[in-house]
Design a binder for this molecule. Structure first.
Ligand code: SAH
Length: 367
């Protein structure tokens, strides 16, 4: 893959010199505390929150409902950060991808997938990924670090900026849903993910409800129950195989949390119901996991779980040793899953001309 043009290098000294308090990523209560700590009135929180998360303010000077003197003081002590957008690409199908660069030089990719009457922003939770799933491009990057809550909230903010949706009634927004399906394993970065989601779900801010958020995990079993109880978001499981020996190979995390344990956690996921099913993602790899017998075993494993299946035609990337299943193989697989009592949607590939499809993300600033 060609190296992306990433613009001028970030001045590391600038990053070190920034001593003001970053507001994005702070919970309301934390923001109130920080304001008090700077001898500012914590009662400013609702106005700041609205200005930043509903109107998209980037400077305190834009918040004219606050007295000039207070604004100056805010400008002095606080900052409403934006990561630098090193590259923005739009696919022929209108999928957009941003390469965001943070002050420490690390970068991630964020993707927006528009649909008829809605659209999902796919955010990253880590720089790189430690899971090394054999079919995933991100898995070939080394894991650099977790993203902070601010850096995840910033991805949503960049999308609103780029889509010019600040201040618009929700009815007119294309960015309506959020999925944690970008780079990284969100449940290895739970605290920051939870803090970011609470901000994004806040009814007086972004107001994207938990029902419009989907967190995808390769199966960090000990964190699944907590995710449902504390965040109540929709859950997706990257299943991809129905036998432990194959799943150990495709998703090495399976060696730590094998299928039986993973499915047990799904059976009791607090936020699942008949109306809110757990999505089981299953990447279709030719001759690897796509036989009729695999499909039958899948329905057997999912029995008793509020489940639906999302079949993902594998998206190629340079140097990968896999091929995607033929369309009629995928149809046959889907039919068996349907007969077994589960809905089986075949996920449309979006944004593959800009390497924005599932599993193609890799920030090329990395070695
Ligand atoms: N670590 C989390 C979040 C990543 S989500 C998880 O594993 O769920 C990204 C989704 O795309 C996962 O379901 C992943 O397995 C899938 N994926 C990865 N590489 C892919 C590829 N090349 N083609 C299609 N899907 C892929």
């Amino acid at each position: 893959m060609p190296r992306m043009d990433v613009g001028p290098p970030i001045d590391q000294n600038m990053a070190i010199m920034e001593t003001r308090i970053e507001i994005l990523g702070l919970a309301r209560s934390e923001l109130a505390e920080r304001l008090s700590g700077q001898s500012l009135d914590p009662a400013l929180v609702p106005r700041l929150w609205n200005s930043i998360y509903v109107r998209g303010a980037t400077r305190f000077s834009q918040i004219t409902s606050i007295a000039k003197q207070t604004r100056d003081r805010l400008e002095d002590r606080f900052v409403i950060g934006r990561p630098s957008v090193a590259r923005e690409l739009t696919s022929s199908d209108q999928t957009r991808k941003w390469l965001l660069q943070f002050p420490d030089g690390q970068s991630v990719e964020t993707v927006f997938i528009p649909e008829q009457d809605r659209g999902a922003l796919c955010i990253s939770s880590q720089v790189g990924c430690s899971l090394t799933c054999s079919f995933c491009h991100t898995g070939t990057m080394r894991m650099a670090r977790n993203l902070t809550a601010a850096e995840m909230v910033a991805q949503a903010i960049v999308a609103r900026d780029s889509l010019s949706e600040w201040g618009l009634h929700r009815r007119f927004c294309k960015f309506t849903n959020l999925v944690l399906m970008g780079m990284g394993e969100p449940l290895f970065n739970y605290d920051h993910v939870a803090a970011a989601l609470r901000i994004i779900m806040d009814g007086d801010g972004f107001a994207i409800s938990r029902r419009r958020i989907m967190l995808s995990t390769a199966g960090v079993v000990p964190m699944i129950e907590r995710t449902g109880r504390e965040l109540g978001v929709n859950l997706a499981i990257s299943l991809h195989a129905v036998r432990d020996d194959l799943r150990d190979e495709l998703v090495p995390l399976n060696k730590r949390y094998p299928l039986a344990e993973l499915l047990r956690a799904c059976r009791t996921y607090p936020a699942a119901s008949n109306a809110r099913r757990i999505t089981f993602e299953y990447v279709m790899l030719r001759g690897v996991n796509d036989s009729d017998a695999d499909a039958r075993e899948l329905t057997r494993l999912l029995a008793g779980i509020h489940a639906k299946v999302n079949l993902i035609p594998w998206n190629p990337w340079p140097g990968a040793g896999y091929q995607t299943s033929a369309p009629d193989r995928i149809q046959s697989f889907a039919r068996i899953v349907n007969i077994g009592g589960f809905s089986a949607a075949v996920r449309a590939t979006r944004g593959d001309d800009i390497m924005a499809a599932c599993g193609q993300l890799k920030s090329t600033l990395m070695s």
